[in-house]
Design a protein around this ligand. Structure first.
Ligand code: NDP
Ligand code: 8X3
Length: 254
């Protein structure tokens, strides 16, 4: 294992984050695993801790003080983070904007925007100190680029992720720190279960009869961009299932 290969993952309790933890562990990286569900983090630590050093911390990314505390209290062996995977995020309220509770919009903004900048801000000095080969991998979405009904604030938060990623690149020029916006299309995780507030049937219906991306597919892309030679920066990586594409524009008619 190369010295200094430490990855900090938000939302490691499920989906892309958990698959990324397994992918980086397979390559010998030390893992910092965060998320709100501590039992799931501990289960992942039990699974991977025999192979690589694993540090877990229960963390709600919306809480800036808690983020600062977790980063500030990293054990010595985990301090020199090389890769930050800003993965924690969620969609809520798949219905039309005019039917949505304001609280759901706030939760998406607080998590996908405020949470992501909280973690980025706390780890920027470390990543800059790491220098060449350091990476920030942000989980955006096709929803950040392409509009569709029921995407409202979710898609808008992911548009933020894209532009924030590009803007960070401008300011980090010369530091060696890379920034990538990975924008997946439909991927089968707990994402739809969360979006529908626990509707297992709706979740299964969305993914049935087609071939969605898997969490492992996206983990492979995350690992790829973060382990490229230090002089290569993938700015944005949009990945869809072969069996997903766009529809024509909708038109309101008499
Ligand atoms: P999952 O629901 O399977 O995983 C989401 C993860 O985010 C969980 O580990 C959850 O952990 C964590 N999370 C949610 N809220 C918070 C919070 N406030 N603080 C800390 N962690 C939080 O979904 P995915 O793996 O699919 O989603 C991961 C990312 O990928 C998200 O940003 C999502 O928007 C994006 N994405 C997903 C796509 C898909 O089709 N699946 C496509 C495009 C993008 P816990 O609940 O334990 O805190
Ligand atoms: C999640 C993918 O297509 O539901 O970001 O917006 S999609």
């Amino acid at each position: 294992m190369q010295m200094g290969n430490i990855v900090f993952i938000t939302g490691a309790t499920s989906g892309f984050g958990r698959a990324a933890a397994r992918r980086f562990a397979a390559a010998g990286w030390s893992l910092i695993l965060t998320g709100r569900r501590l039992k799931r983090l501990q289960a992942l630590q039990d699974e991977l801790g025999g192979r690589v050093p694993v540090h877990v911390a229960a963390l709600d990314v919306r809480d800036a003080a808690a983020v600062r505390q977790v980063v500030g209290e990293l054990p010595e062996a985990f301090r020199q983070v090389r890769v930050l995977i800003n993965n924690a995020g969620l969609a809520l309220a798949p219905q039309a904007a005019q039917q949505v509770e304001l609280a759901d919009w706030h939760t998406m903004i607080d998590t996908n925007v405020t949470g992501l900048v909280n973690v980025t801000h706390a780890l920027l000095p470390t990543l800059i100190a790491t220098g060449a080969g350091a990476s920030i991998v942000n989980l955006g979405s096709v929803a950040g680029q392409w509009p569709y009904p029921g995407s409202h604030v979710y898609g808008a938060t992911k548009a933020f992720v894209q532009q924030f990623s590009y803007n960070l690149r401008c300011d980090l020029l010369g530091s060696g720190v890379r920034v990538t916006d990975i924008a997946p299309g439909m991927a089968e995780t707990e994402f739809t279960l969360v979006r529908t507030k626990g509707d297992q049937v709706a979740s299964e219906r969305l993914y049935s009869g087609t071939t969605p991306l898997t969490a492992e597919d996206i983990a492979e892309q995350i690992f790829y961009v973060a382990s490229l030679p230090a002089h290569i920066n993938i700015n944005r990586l949009e990945v869809m299932p072969t069996r997903q594409a766009w529809l024509p524009f909708a038109v309101d008619r008499d």
